[in-house]
Design a protein around this ligand. Structure first.
Ligand code: SF4
Ligand code: SF4
Length: 301
């Protein structure tokens, strides 16, 4: 069995990437299984997804604790302890990171076991598809290449999975072209075989909890104003005051309350609470909000 774990931020397409690889494996005659985990979080929050593929029935379920391949959609996740990107990574794991850095440059910044490989998927998506959003097809292509799936299977799996999401044929084709490029460009690392043991796990019966324990507390630390979500950003909105007409649409549409209005009637962005959803950029009628890509390994405040 091969186990692939995807880490991304909500909206980047880690879940769809896991489905693309699962479908491609299925098309090649494997038994495949894929599932995501993202709790009740929101766009920009760390999420994970899992794909298993084997030539025999897969009896293991749930999260992948000891992955053969880890695919990281955003390098900033490496420094986020909540994302647990390196959990279970050992000397045989292949660790792929979407980054403008080479594997050698990145390995000087992070301490990780396993075989590191990188490719700048965000830049490829910008150049070939002109978009900042989901890179699921690209992540799927890279993961598929690293586990030895054929490009034709990935191509077909992208068509099936993106069609299910309701994307137009022309958009799907763009994704397929960019994915093919990534499939051919990613530096490949040979997979090392490992002996897997199936550990029998006892069935867990959850106990009843009182509603006072199960209800989210909106004022507790992790939900309150003291929680910084600046680290979730892959892109940041930047205000050009000379173009701003003071309409306040950005202020009204920011889901995080990260935009305030100054006494002169103009907006100000408080970056520790800006998660980078770019809703403000979308609604700005004068293009007074531009977009800058966050650079890797910087503190995003
Ligand atoms: S400031 Fe803009 S990018 Fe940041 S959270 Fe608000 S709407 Fe999203
Ligand atoms: S939406 Fe654009 S023009 Fe309107 S206040 Fe915000 S930055 Fe200024």
């Amino acid at each position: 069995m091969l186990a692939i774990r995807f880490h991304g931020r909500g909206g980047q397409g880690a879940k769809t990437a896991s489905r693309i690889v699962g479908t491609a494996a299925f098309l090649e005659g494997f038994v495949a299984q894929d599932s995501p985990i993202y709790g009740a979080e929101r766009r920009g929050a760390p999420v994970a997804a899992f794909t298993r593929m084997a030539k025999a029935p897969i009896r293991e379920r749930g999260i992948i604790a000891h992955p053969d391949v880890v695919v990281v959609a955003d390098a900033s996740l490496m420094g986020d302890p909540a994302a647990k990107v390196l959990e279970g990574v050992d000397g045989k794991t292949i660790l792929f990171v979407n980054s403008p850095m080479s594997a050698e440059q990145l390995s000087a910044q992070i301490s990780a076991r396993g075989h590191l490989t990188t490719l700048n998927l965000t830049e490829i998506a910008l150049q070939r598809m002109g978009k900042r959003g989901a890179i699921s097809a690209l992540l799927g292509a890279v993961a598929g290449r690293l586990v030895g799936l054929r490009q034709e299977s990935i191509h077909e799996a992208i068509a099936r999975e993106l069609a299910e999401l309701g994307l137009a044929a022309s958009v799907i084709e763009q994704n397929q072209d960019a994915a093919k490029y990534c499939y051919e460009a990613v530096p490949v690392v040979a997979l090392e075989s490992r002996a897997r043991q199936t550990v029998p796990v006892a069935l867990h019966i959850p106990a009843y909890e009182s509603p006072t324990r199960g209800t989210a507390g909106i004022t507790v630390g992790p939900n309150s104003g003291i929680r910084s979500v600046g680290g979730w950003r892959t892109f940041r909105p930047v205000l050009r005051p000379d173009l701003c007409n003071g309409c306040w649409l950005c202020f009204a549409n920011c889901p995080e309350g990260a935009i305030t209005i100054k006494p002169d009637g103009r907006p100000a962005i408080y970056y520790p609470h800006c998660k980078g959803c770019l809703d403000c950029v979308e609604v700005c009628p004068t293009d007074a909000l531009t977009v800058e890509r966050e650079t890797e390994a910087t503190s995003k405040t």
